[in-house]
Write a protein that binds this ligand. Structure first.
Ligand SMILES: [Zn+2]
Length: 79
């Protein structure tokens, strides 16, 4: 087992997932160093961006599902 866990929080600079030590809570104003590009990320900002991305991803997924189901209806043929 690795002693780091990946949060669904991405680096603000290179968009790689940020890793933090296991068992540590996110502290307000904490800076997390990206293991990929070495930039320090303001965790509050990174969490905000990730939340917004998650909302957008859910919206896009919903739109895709609706589009797919409409496509399915159009392609439906009676035998
Ligand atoms: Zn990075």
């Amino acid at each position: 087992m690795s002693d780091t866990r990946t949060f669904n929080v991405k680096c603000l600079f290179c968009h790689q997932p940020l890793e933090r030590e296991k068992g540590k809570d996110i502290e307000h104003g904490e800076l997390v160093k990206c293991s990929d590009c070495g930039e320090l990320n303001d965790l509050d900002s990174a969490v905000e961006v990730t939340k917004e991305e998650a909302v957008t991803a859910v919206k896009n997924e919903f739109r895709r599902m609706v589009a797919d189901s409409l496509k399915g209806l159009k392609g439906f043929k009676l035998k």
